[in-house]
Design a binder for this molecule. Structure first.
Ligand SMILES: [Zn+2]
Length: 591
C-alpha cells in the first residue's frame, strides 16, 4: 500500500464525515448525532446514524457502518485506495506514489471531460442569446430569462461543425469532444460532426455540479424529439436525475415531485414549485429511485396522463415502492402534461393537485377501475380478485374495511365477496412464506440472547469510554490487558487503543477503523461505537473492569485446569502441583 499511516490519518481527519455524507443525502440533527434514510437498504423511518464526535456512521436497520472512507467505498462503489484518493482530492491533499497512476489518469480524464462539457454549455448558452428564434421558442413556452439562466439552457446551431470548430479553436481535439459526447462519427471513417444540431440544449448536471451530458430538444415536429448524449466515461443513463442538483439544496425537503420532461420540471420551478425533478425519459431505474430516496422519502409522480405516461407511472411506482419510498401520484386531466397544466390553470390549481394526490393503493385501484368493465360477470370477478390482491398489503383491518366498503358501494359488489377473496389470498400466504419468517425470527432472538451477555456489554462500554477520554483509557489499560476481551473484534480494537496509549496518542473511533483490515470488522466496529456513553456508565467503569477481570480469571482457571490434568496424566507431579497452586491463587480472586 502506498498510503502511509500518517497520510491516511490526515485524509480521514480532514474529511468531516457529516460534511461528506450530507453531500449524498439528507441528514437531520438528532441530539448529538445526525440521522437519515439509509442509502443502502429500503426503509421508511431513518435508522442511519452519523456521529460527528466519533466520525462514524452506522445503520441500525441493515448493519452497515464505518468511517468516512467506508461510506465512500460503498456509495461510490470504490475500493479502499480509490476511496482514499477520492477523499484526498476532495480536501486538496496530494497523494504521491506510482501505483495509483491509473486512477490519477482516470480522474484527470474525467475532469477534462467535465471541463469540455462546461465549455460546450457556455457555447450553447451564448448561441441562445444570439439566436432570436430559439429564444423566442422558449419565451413562447412561457420561460423567463431568469429560469433559462438558472437551468443553463442553450441552443445548438443548425450546423454540422459549429461545436467542432469552437472546440478546435479552444484547443480541444475532435477525439476528445467525441469522448465527451458532443460530436458523432461516421462509422466508416474518422469524420466527426456535431451531434446536436438546431436543438434547445438542456445541460444535465450531477450532484457535485459537473455538466455530465446534454439533452437536446427540437423546436418543431422533426424526430427524434429528444436527443441525449451517449453513454460516456462521465455519463451513464439511468444513474442521474435532472434537476436533483438544485432540489438537493432545499432544506427540510418533505417530498420530491418527479415529472417526465425537462420543460415540465423547469416550468414548475418557474412557478415556485422547487422540489421538482425530471426522470430523463420514462424508464425509471432502481438507481434513480435510490438517488431520490437519499433526499426525500415521499416521492410524488406527475407523469403525463396518456397511456404511455400511465404505464410509465405504474412501472416507476413499482420500482420506488420496492426501494421503500412512500409513493404518491398526481393525476393530471386527460391529455395534459404538468407544464401545460400549470400554465393554463395556474399555481393554485397545481397546488391543489399536489394536495389531492393519490396514495399508491388508490392509484392502483383507480387504474383497475379504468381497465375493467364491471358490467360483465368476468369483469366483476376480475375486479374483486385484483382489488383483494391490492388491499392485501395493508396492515390495518380498519383501513381494509374502509376500502372494501367504499368500493363495494361504488362498484355495486357484495362486501362479502371481496372479504372472501382477501381471506383466500391470506391463507395462501400463511401456509407458504410466512412460516419461514417465524422460524427465522426465533433464530435471531436466540442468537441475540447469546450475544448480549453482561460481559460483552462491559467490553463495548469500556471501548467507548476509551475513545472519549484519554485519561480514563490509560487507567483502564493499567488494570486490564487487550486479551482480557473475549470477543475477537473487541480484542482487536482494544489492542489498537492500547498501542496508541503507549505511543501517547489520542485516538478517535474513525481512526481505529483505519487499522482494521476487512469490511466485516469495520462493520462490527461501527456497531460497537454506535452506543452512547452516559454519566451512569462512567460511574460503572470499575464494575465493567471487574467483569472483564472476572471473565479473564474464569478463562485462565479453565486453561490451567486442563493443563494440570495433562501433566497429571503423564505423571509429571511437580508441574501439576505448581499449576494447582496457581489455580488456587486465582480461585481466591474469583468472586
Ligand atoms: Zn441501512
Amino acid at each position: 500500500m502506498y498510503f502511509s499511516e500518517e497520510l491516511i490519518s490526515e485524509i480521514i481527519e480532514k474529511n468531516d464525515i457529516v460534511d461528506v455524507i450530507s453531500q449524498y443525502m439528507n441528514l437531520r440533527r438528532r441530539g448529538n448525532n445526525y440521522v437519515g434514510l439509509c442509502p443502502f437498504h429500503s426503509e421508511k423511518t431513518p435508522s442511519f446514524n452519523v456521529s460527528p464526535d466519533k466520525q462514524l456512521f452506522y445503520c441500525f436497520g441493515c448493519g452497515v457502518g464505518g468511517n468516512v472512507s467506508t461510506f465512500i467505498q460503498k456509495i461510490e462503489k470504490m475500493n479502499y485506495p480509490e476511496s482514499l484518493n477520492f477523499l484526498a482530492e476532495r480536501v486538496g491533499i496530494e497523494v504521491k506514489g506510482t501505483s495509483n497512476k491509473k486512477e490519477k489518469e482516470r480522474i484527470r480524464r474525467r475532469n477534462l471531460l467535465y471541463k469540455i462539457n462546461k465549455m460546450a454549455a457556455r457555447f450553447f448558452y451564448d448561441n441562445l442569446n444570439n439566436q432570436s428564434s430559439a429564444m423566442k421558442y422558449l419565451r413562447d413556452r412561457g420561460l423567463s430569462i431568469d429560469i433559462i439562466k438558472k437551468f443553463g439552457l442553450g441552443y445548438s446551431l443548425d450546423s454540422w461543425d459549429s461545436i467542432k470548430k469552437y472546440m478546435d479553436a479552444n484547443g480541444i481535439s475532435p477525439e476528445l469532444a467525441y469522448s465527451a459526447g458532443l460530436l458523432a462519427k461516421k462509422t466508416n471513417n474518422d469524420d466527426y460532426y456535431d451531434r446536436f444540431r438546431n436543438r434547445i440544449m438542456f445541460p444535465i448536471i450531477d450532484l457535485k455540479g459537473n455538466v455530465i451530458a446534454f439533452g437536446g430538444r427540437v423546436m418543431d415536429d422533426s424526430i427524434p424529439k429528444y436527443l441525449n448524449s451517449p453513454e460516456t466515461e462521465i455519463y451513464s443513463k439511468g444513474n442521474n436525475i435532472y434537476g436533483l442538483n438544485l432540489v438537493k439544496k432545499i432544506r427540510n425537503l418533505k417530498n420530491i415531485i418527479v415529472v417526465e420532461g425537462y420543460i415540465d420540471a423547469i416550468s414548475l420551478h418557474q412557478y415556485g414549485i422547487n422540489n421538482v425533478v425530471a426522470s430523463l425519459g420514462t424508464a425509471f431505474t432502481e438507481n434513480q429511485a435510490r438517488l431520490l430516496k437519499r433526499y426525500a422519502n415521499e416521492i410524488i409522480i406527475a407523469y403525463d396522463s396518456d397511456a404511455a405516461g400511465q404505464a410509465a407511472t405504474l412501472k416507476g411506482l413499482a420500482i420506488l415502492e420496492k426501494e421503500g419510498c412512500n409513493v404518491k401520484v398526481i393525476r393530471l386531466p386527460k391529455g395534459k402534461d404538468p407544464d401545460e397544466y400549470i400554465r393554463q390553470e395556474g399555481l393554485d390549481s397545481f397546488n391543489e393537485l399536489i394536495e389531492n394526490c393519490m396514495s399508491l393503493i388508490d392509484y392502483k385501484i383507480y387504474n383497475l377501475k379504468q381497465n375493467t368493465d364491471i358490467a360483465t360477470i368476468e369483469g366483476r370477478v376480475k375486479f374483486i380478485k385484483q382489488l383483494a390482491s391490492i388491499l392485501i398489503v395493508l396492515d390495518s383491518p380498519a383501513e381494509i374495511d374502509a376500502y372494501i366498503k367504499k368500493y363495494s358501494k361504488e362498484m355495486q359488489i357484495n362486501e362479502r365477496a371481496i372479504y372472501d377473496e382477501l381471506n383466500k389470498i391470506k391463507k395462501k400466504h400463511t401456509s407458504g412464506n410466512n412460516r419461514h419468517n417465524i422460524v427465522d425470527r426465533n433464530n435471531i432472538t436466540n442468537n441475540r440472547k447469546k450475544v448480549i451477555s453482561g460481559e460483552l456489554i462491559a467490553e463495548k462500554k469500556l471501548l467507548n469510554i476509551c475513545i472519549q477520554d484519554k485519561n480514563r483509557a490509560e487507567n483502564i489499560f493499567n488494570q486490564i490487558k487487550p486479551d482480557y476481551f473475549n470477543s475477537p473484534i473487541n480484542k482487536k480494537i482494544a489492542e489498537i487503543i492500547n498501542l496508541k496509549i503507549k505511543e501517547g496518542k489520542m485516538i478517535s473511533a474513525g481512526e481505529i477503523i483505519i487499522h482494521l483490515e476487512n469490511e466485516e470488522d469495520t462493520k462490527k466496529a461501527a456497531e460497537i461505537f454506535s452506543i452512547d456513553i452516559t454519566d451512569n456508565d462512567l460511574k460503572l467503569v470499575d464494575s465493567y473492569i471487574d467483569k472483564l477481570c472476572q471473565a479473564h480469571i474464569r478463562k485462565r482457571i479453565e486453561e490451567l485446569t486442563k493443563k494440570m490434568n495433562e501433566f497429571y496424566e503423564i505423571g509429571d507431579k511437580d508441574k501439576s502441583n505448581e499449576l494447582f497452586k496457581e489455580i488456587m491463587e486465582l480461585q481466591k480472586k474469583k468472586k
